[in-house]
Design a protein around this ligand. Structure first.
Ligand SMILES: *Cc1c(COP(=O)(O)O)cnc(C)c1O
Length: 386
């Protein structure tokens, strides 16, 4: 049997009956979009994430765009983010006419370098062309960014902080979820993410009702929400009173029904992912350039298990001959991608990001990895002498 990079089928076998029952309930009541399961899931997601509120939406990309829209981010605003991330992180910034400004990452955790962030903010401020407005920190490969340091910098310079936790939802630092420090935390329910559904979905975790209401309006074509109706009466459905230009970013009830079942086993799956990560760390010590380093006090949800190797492409080719699938996240950093190459970068450029793109390799990772299969992967890595 071939080795799976991510084994979603093993998880499905475990909860298939509950998922079937949840889907059947949606088919019975017929409220297919934003139905009762969506409300229930938002409440359970907020509770899990130690936050007052959660707002579901259509995907993890819109989840980053929604707070930017609600805050009125736009022309002339600088939004600081890493380049060593998935396209969605910087992509939403130009949607608002704001400018992404790329910041380097730390060589050990691969997450945003707070010192380079501050140097970048100061450089943008001194140049005077853009107004520093927002920082988007990414919980890359599942582990929390250095939120205490990043929050302090945001406070000092008056910036909002988004945690793009599409890969890291469920991660903690000193027992706190990223929303403890961030103004909003966003996630994706794309199937391969640690908490995924069977299609597209996303959510914004937030702390205040006014922001939730505004994002609720933006996700449904700018419909009137409670604060818009103060002092006026509207006798019709409020979705036909459009008070701002929004978008269509709703979650399907069937996906919410699936997510309710997946969230119920997610805490246990995070522990199972940690067991797999520990076995890799022990088995691979000394045979690759580096195994992952998690920030002190951090709990990763291990969206990916990414090693570094000086002959990365040679190792990947060798593993393929041994039946071990691998992936490279990310071979081309965002600041090098053609549509993004003209956006500003922090002082000195992004040397750590560029070096990592040559060395990183993701090994198979999921909570249901059998110990014998994992040993086979470890032996295959060790068998490479290149
Ligand atoms: C997957 C991902 C997203 C976007 O999520 P979608 O649901 O695919 O839109 C955003 N940021 C990061 C870091 C991601 O990995």
């Amino acid at each position: 049997m071939s080795i799976a990079f991510i084994d979603l089928a093993a998880q499905q076998r475990r909860i298939r009956e509950k998922i079937d029952a949840g889907i059947a309930r949606v088919l019975d009541h017929g409220a297919y979009v934003m139905g009762p399961e969506v409300r229930q899931f938002e409440a359970e997601l907020a509770a899990f994430g130690q936050a007052p509120l959660a707002l579901s939406c259509a995907n993890g990309t819109d989840a980053i765009a929604l707070p930017l829209m609600a805050w009125g981010v736009g022309q002339g605003d600088a939004v600081f983010c890493p380049s060593f991330t998935f396209a969605a992180t910087p992509e939403v910034v130009p949607w608002t006419n704001a400018t992404p400004v790329f910041v380097d990452v730390l060589p050990d955790t691969f997450n945003m370098d707070p010192a380079h962030l501050e140097a970048t903010i100061l450089a943008v401020r001194d140049e005077g062309r853009l107004r520093p407005a927002v920082v988007i920190a990414v919980d890359l490969f599942g582990q929390p960014a250095d939120y205490p340091a990043i929050r302090a910098i945001c406070d000092k310079h008056g910036l909002k902080l988004i945690s793009d936790s599409a890969q890291g939802f469920g991660c903690t630092l000193n027992g706190h979820h990223p929303i403890h420090w961030a103004d909003v935390a966003t996630t994706s329910f794309f199937p391969a993410k640690p908490l995924g559904c069977y299609g597209d979905g996303g959510a914004v975790i937030c702390k205040d009702q006014d922001l939730w209401d505004l994002m609720d309006s933006y996700r449904v074509h700018g419909k009137a929400v409670t604060p818009d109706l103060v002092g006026r009466t509207f006798e019709h459905e409020t979705k036909y009173l459009n008070t701002r230009i929004g978008m269509n970013s709703r979650l399907d009830s069937i996906q919410a029904a699936i997510l309710i079942e997946k969230l119920a086993i997610f805490p246990e799956e995070i522990e199972m992912r940690q067991v797999v990560a520990d076995r890799y760390a022990e088995g691979l010590a000394g045979s690759v350039t580096s195994t992952p380093k998690v920030i002190d006090g951090g709990q990763s949800v291990w969206a990916q298990y990414v090693i570094e190797h000086k002959n990365r492409d040679g190792l990947a080719a060798h593993l393929k001959t041994q039946g071990v699938p691998t992936a490279v996240y990310y071979p081309v950093p965002m600041h090098v991608q053609a549509p993004y190459a003209h956006f500003p970068q922090g002082p000195g450029g992004l040397p750590v990001t560029e070096a990592l793109a040559e060395k990183v390799l993701a090994l198979p990772m999921h909570p249901y990895m059998d110990e014998a299969v994992q040993q086979q992967i470890i032996d295959a890595v060790k068998g490479f002498n290149g």
